[in-house]
Design a binder for this molecule. Sequence first.
Ligand code: DUC
Ligand code: ZN
Length: 458
Amino acid sequence: MDLVVVNGLVVTADAQFKADVLCRQGRISAIGDNLFRQGMEKIDAAGCYVLPGGIDAHVHLQMPVGDLVSTDDFGSGTAAAACGGTTTIVDFATPERGQALEEAVRLRRAEADGQAAIDYGLHLALVDDSEETLAALPGLVRAGYSSFKIYTVYDGLYLEDPAILRLLQVAAEQGVTVLVHGENRAIVDYCTQRLLQAGHSAPRYHPQARPAAAEAEGAARVMALAQVTGATLCIAHVSCEQVLEEVRRARARGQAVHAETCPHYLLLTQEEYERPGFEGAKYVLTPPLRSEVDREALWQALAAGEFQQVSTDHCPWNYAAQKERGRENFALIPNGAAGIETRLPLLWSEGVGRGRLSPEQFVQLTASGPARAFGLYPRKGVLAPGADADIVVWDPHRRLTLRAADLHQRVDYCPYEGWPVQGYPRDVFLRGRPLVRGGQFVGEPGGGRFVERSSQPA
Ligand code: DUC
Ligand code: ZN
């Protein structure tokens, strides 16, 4: 049955206007006045905004780290995402060292297909530059895995510069964006060892182990390598001003560099590590939370349009038994925190609600920007005829207080416990089918599909 959303205020990255949105066979077929006809399902969005479904281009569902696996699987994580207004995620296919990339992709698809309640794509996390990997990339890109992820830290994941150069070269030829986790491994190892040798093993030392200098050097180095080889980059989870300055320098040279930040860097600071007892472990994520000065610099840059996306780096670990593994040594605390469900409400409340962002900027940062960077646009990330009917009816008046017990994320704490928000999804549709109605999840495992993303080969 055709679906029409009436009486709402439609928001795109450029404009907001009163209009009806007509959906037919999973796509938006028209946007205009008086589109309701007999026999259509009518959704009355009076008093609400009508937004494109959120795109979270950086999440880690059921991600293995050592013998642990992040707590949300593709079923629970995507249900939580939907409840928060996100209709598409981009997760990762990450090979073990020595494993063929195609095999890693096949295994990841087997985990997600039939489970995901929202649409999903996969970045190819590249952990070597072997001939096999290089040979596999063009075919995988053509099959819709049209972005790479590279790390400069973490055992099992990091790449050395010669490998990065070769992979950036392929990215440039294939016309795909490379998401970069840049941290200087030597600095992180050196600082961690010195802290532990001095007996500084509590969570409060996590930010000292991974200083801004490490993050800035990692980002700057990969940007220099991309200057030589070409390739569009997206610097992941920018946490501080020092990295922003490196991004500005690269852009001033004419490089194509997207920047991503996350709600936790916008809302929280390293003060969280001073919580009593071991509670600071809840905020051990990487890069770490930074200073108030950095937090403010991120907001200024966000308002000035210097970021293309706000993603979550959703990587939840239970406090009990998982975070607690690092009680004697902060370096053993699994890195990461949950955010997939709370991204849009927090960014709306703290951004639009406080007058720091317009609704159009909100749409740019949560949907259109990531869609453009990662080959989803204009199929997703915009309300326009021909796009998938991924639609959020956003109630700007709904207030609630975030509590782990009320959220759908499968994890035993919420980093924003007790945080008041105003503005929440009321109804969410994926390709015209309801995922959330009146704030209640009505989707199902397997309702989401793998999305083949496009590339722009040279
Ligand atoms: N940082 C995290 O906090 N978790 C997962 C990966 C990462 O880079
Ligand atoms: Zn990540």
